[in-house]
Design a protein. Structure first.
Length: 281
């Protein structure tokens, strides 16, 4: 699906033309495939089994469904578009539900919902405000791009969002086998101590894609003829006894918490010194 996608929302007789915009940008580093010997870029050309190495142009490509007898049922884009009705292309809200009723496992991609023009802004903000006030999620079924899907319209931090949901038949059962084990009170108490000690607020900005950052640095290093630096990793100790592992974990968590507290106090003191220096200046 494209970065910007035009569609419309309807609830009751209210019609709102909108555009959907991606909430997430791709931070992946685009490596090209290179031939090891020639150092030249590997290229792919579209061909077919019976094409005698002839390149097939995009306008000559259609879609085919492979049958058991080896033949194909052929469709061009115009035929596939005929299967989409006007209703399928719009987001017609069928019901409103509480967000907590939707299992997070069903969520796929999420998009920002933006009104397409000034004339429909009032209806857009009315829907957004009511969803937020009532703490409800609008559920609809539509076609986005080339596939049909269930979608959820909801509000978060004053943004109207549309989340694409998986169909129930797309969600697989958990392959884990249910095993009954006996857990004693001492193990539960230690585990609860660890959880309580590590409980904190979630701040998304605290987490960085360190692997991508290391790749970018490695690109710069190699481009400048420098050697790659090996990642420094903390030593890990494997403890097979559960009780012993829990006890060691409690101690480790307490140490990390104390170190963090000292570090925060040190940073606060430094900030105070800088403020005093600025005042004197």
């Amino acid at each position: 699906m494209a970065y910007s996608y035009k569609t419309s929302i309807a609830f009751g007789l209210v019609y709102i033309p909108i555009t959907l915009h991606s909430t997430i940008k791709d931070n992946n580093i685009g490596f090209n495939l290179i031939d090891k010997k020639t150092k030249s870029r590997v290229e792919y050309k579209k061909t077919c089994v019976d094409c005698d190495d002839r390149e097939v142009k995009n306008e000559d490509i259609v879609k085919g469904y492979h049958l058991d007898n080896g033949e194909y049922v052929i469709f061009d884009q115009e035929e596939l578009d005929k299967l989409k009705g006007k209703k399928d292309k719009s987001i017609i809200i069928e019901k409103f539900v509480d967000l907590k009723e939707i299992n997070p496992i069903y969520f796929d991609k999420t998009f920002y919902v933006v009104p397409e023009n000034k004339a429909t802004e009032k209806a857009y903000y009315l829907l957004k405000n009511v969803l937020e006030k009532e703490n409800k999620v609008g559920i609809a079924k539509t076609i986005l791009g080339s596939s049909e899907c269930v979608v959820a319209l909801w509000v978060r931090n004053d943004d109207l969002l549309l989340s694409r949901l998986f169909f129930d038949e797309e969600v697989q059962a958990n392959p884990a086998i249910a095993v009954k084990v006996e857990i004693n009170k001492k193990e539960v108490d230690l585990a609860e101590t660890i959880v309580k000690s590590m409980t904190d607020f979630f701040h998304a900005e605290d987490y960085k894609d360190e692997y991508t950052m290391r790749i970018r640095q490695a690109i710069l290093d190699k481009a400048n003829g420098n050697k790659l630096k090996k990642v420094k990793e903390e030593k890990t100790v494997k403890i097979t006894d559960l009780m012993e592992a829990l006890k060691e974990s409690v101690t480790l968590v307490k140490e990390k918490k104390e170190n963090k507290k000292k570090k925060d106090e040190k940073n606060t003191a430094k900030k105070g010194e800088l403020i005093n220096l600025k005042k004197k200046a």
